[in-house]
Design a binder for this molecule. Structure first.
Ligand code: HAM
Length: 422
């Protein structure tokens, strides 16, 4: 019988070290940035009742095509669950369930699942970091949220990130815009692609999101929401822009920007990496969702947040040559050719003193152990041969070749290394 040869499912990846430590360092950096601004971490389940995610919009790709759903195993309690395709709906569900005192400022990280057509920067399992704020209506919070994302990109060294901004209005003004948009597209429907003609019937706003060549001229001349904003939403949008200007955050008003979820109201935004030349260059996005809490059974509560795609951000960092993987935590590699088991004891002692230490196993040759030391990324090797054993010393060799080697009494090795490592 042929041996089975399993591979990670299509659209998923095994992320191995050092890339995995790079991903963790990125998440740590994000956590630091947002915790400084008063955001607390929320960890919610990876799956929810599918109804939670239907609020993303019955006409969106995420809901109609991309949800990984499965049934409960209980015949008496039939439930359809879905792996989370994003975290905003889950966080708002948690808000409605626990009713924390607003403003509730939270951050999250973790895998999301969407059954998409995999390509560079687009996966079926991908990691997001993000924040959500429930209970604040003022434009200053929109500015805070956007600034945190912009500052985070800068923290990790990304420079080629642009910010697109738009307002989608609210129930006081969007219906009039939708009427105008529908009328416009209906008048030109023969020129639209077949898919967009279908989208038009379900959600005219979504036609603006079509990337099909045939639709572009029609989209470019379509009416825009910012011309239809009510006095109040217009003022809110002006407040957001003024705040961004005050903080020196550059943005482009992108009047045809719509996003992939239907829950958005008023401010929406997207961060694009200009260093990525593939189609998947959106490295983050978000906006307001002032009616989501109510639609999930909670009290009317305004909300705003964003999510950033960790996998794509790391691709963009590669393209910019920034944010390398962190150095190995192993600082010393013990090479023991003395025949006695010094390495076992010494690595244990070093680790307990807080010094990253590793060793080779199996009594291998000096050459093989030195190779392992190089591979470990450790800057120092501790050599123990018969001479060292007899003289009760350890030879400390600088593997970066900067300071050569010295001998240190065995009893002094931990304090000596601590001195050199700090
Ligand atoms: P989103 O635009 O769907 O928004 O996703 C945010 C980011 O996740 C994208 O900009 C992209 O970087 C990354 N991303 C999305 N899909 C994939 C994929 N298939 N593969 C790799 N990366 C991907 C949301 O998820 C909203 N929940 C954002 C939000 C938070 N709005 C308000 N609060």
């Amino acid at each position: 019988m042929a041996k089975p040869s399993f591979r990670a499912p299509k659209g998923t990846r095994d992320i191995l070290a050092p890339e995995s430590s790079r991903q963790r360092a990125l998440i740590d950096s994000f956590a630091h940035r947002v915790e400084l601004a008063g955001y607390g971490n929320v960890a919610s389940p990876m799956f929810e009742e599918v109804g939670v995610f239907l609020r993303i919009g019955e006409s969106t790709d995420i809901v109609t095509k991309e949800m990984f759903t499965f049934e409960s195993k209980s015949a008496s309690e039939p439930i359809t669950w879905a792996l989370r395709p994003e975290l905003t709906a889950s966080v708002v569900r948690a808000y409605v369930q626990h009713r924390p005192v607003p403003p509730w400022k939270v951050w999250y990280e973790g895998p999301q699942f969407r059954y998409e057509r995999p390509q560079a920067g687009r996966y079926r399992q991908f990691t997001q970091v993000g924040i959500e704020v429930l209970g604040v209506d003022q434009p200053d919070i929109d500015v805070e949220v956007i600034a945190l994302a912009a500052d985070f990109y800068r923290d990790i060294g990304m420079q080629n990130v642009s910010l697109d901004l738009n307002s989608l209005g609210d129930p006081s003004c969007r219906p009039a815009y939708l009427d105008a948009l529908t009328e416009y597209f209906q008048d030109h429907s023969a020129e639209l692609s077949e898919q967009s003609q279908h989208t038009l019937k379900v959600n005219p706003l979504r036609v603006l999101d079509s990337k099909r060549e045939q639709d572009q001229a029609m989209i470019d001349a379509a009416p825009v929401m910012v011309d239809f904003l009510s006095a109040e939403t217009g003022e809110h949008f002006a407040g957001v822009r003024a705040g961004l200007d005050k903080l020196g955050i550059k943005y482009e008003i992108s009047p045809r920007l719509v996003r992939g979820m239907d829950y958005y109201t008023r401010t929406i935004f997207e961060f694009v990496s200009t260093a990525l030349d593939n189609a998947q260059n959106a490295v983050g996005g978000g906006g307001r969702y002032d009616a989501l809490a109510e639609s999930l059974g909670g009290p009317a509560t305004p909300g705003i947040g964003f999510a950033l795609g960790v996998d794509r951000i790391l691709l963009a960092c590669d393209a910019e040559g920034v944010f390398p993987a962190p150095e190995s935590a192993v600082k010393v590699f013990v090479v023991d050719v003395s025949g006695a088991e010094v390495a076992l004891e010494l690595t244990h002692e070093l680790r307990n003193a807080g010094i990253g230490a590793d060793q080779a196993f199996g009594g291998r040759s000096m050459k093989a152990q030195m190779k392992a030391a190089d591979r470990s990324g450790a800057p120092w090797a501790l050599l123990i041969g018969e001479d060292e054993l007899a003289a009760e010393v350890v030879t400390v060799r600088d593997l970066r070749g900067e300071t050569g080697q010295i001998q240190v009494p065995r009893a002094d090795i931990v304090p000596e290394l601590l001195k050199r490592l700090i």
